[in-house]
Design a binder for this molecule. Sequence first.
Ligand code: SF4
Ligand code: MG
Length: 333
Amino acid sequence: TGLKKHFPLKGGLLGGTTGYVYAVDGVSFHISRGETLSLVGESGCGKSTVGKAVLRLFDITDGQVVLDGKRIDDLSPAALRPMRRRVQVVFQDPFSSLNPRMRVRDILAEPIRNFGLARDSKDLDERVAKLMDTVRLPRDAVNRWPHEFSGGQRQRIGIARALAAEPDLIVCDEAVSALDVSVKAQIVNLLQDLQTELGLAMLFISHDLAIVEHMTHRVAVMYLGKIVEVAPKRGLFAAPKHPYTEALLSAVPVPTPGAARTRIILKGDVPSPINPPKGCRFHTRCPYAFDRCRMEEPKLNHLATALDAGHVAACHLHDRPEAENPLAVAKGA
Ligand code: SF4
Ligand code: MG
């Protein structure tokens, strides 16, 4: 809630703080048990920083992180420990996130031991064996080293390691981005199956909207440190309510022949998070920007849509009459 992470810029003659990178600048969302929320946007928009804040990998600048009704952003290291077990991560790169000097058995046993989950060594072995079943790897592979596995298999081990802690929430940061296309699909299917089987909540951070469409329940779109739109998947993909989302979606291939979306090419580059534009942060690239956009920051507002409840977007266009709203006209929504 109201999450901010500003990184100080050091420099100048006295080495003091000369400014801030406004990496995450007031972001709110929730994820329910058994739900996948995807956080999408171009690289540098702050989505990984949000993931790290949820994982409590650093102190946040402002806002709250709440797990099961309990604030975890202001806990002491000792009080945070049991909470850490409940939020686990799967990283992008299965090649560098596994310790090459540890056998798979030890990689999986480590979190079980650290969080004191096993009764005895027999229970520990059983837990490790079950984790291998869970991620569909052969049990006898626990004796092997990470380098003996393919990229997809290593990511299965990474997932098993996250599950070893019996978490409630898993943060997947570009967890399938480094994998080949066919392997990608297998890992996405595995994550989906596990979520259903285990009732996990998942924060799925990705720049790949085609993958997101396949596996998510809801989507939050980030641009330059802010969430600009949140919606259930169906509503977002069928009728985006923010011009940035519309542009992102226009680049996603449509499976139906002849139903290709018109590609919207955004002008210019993403502005620097050190000095974000005033008003709507997207106004320097938005094809529909008008005077108000340069002056006033739009708030995330609920939009009554035919498709879904819970669709919010931050764009001044929705205050205009429908006939003057290019998003509504184009989508007929
Ligand atoms: Fe574009 Fe204005 Fe909407 Fe921002 S508020 S997305 S600049 S139309
Ligand atoms: Mg990232």
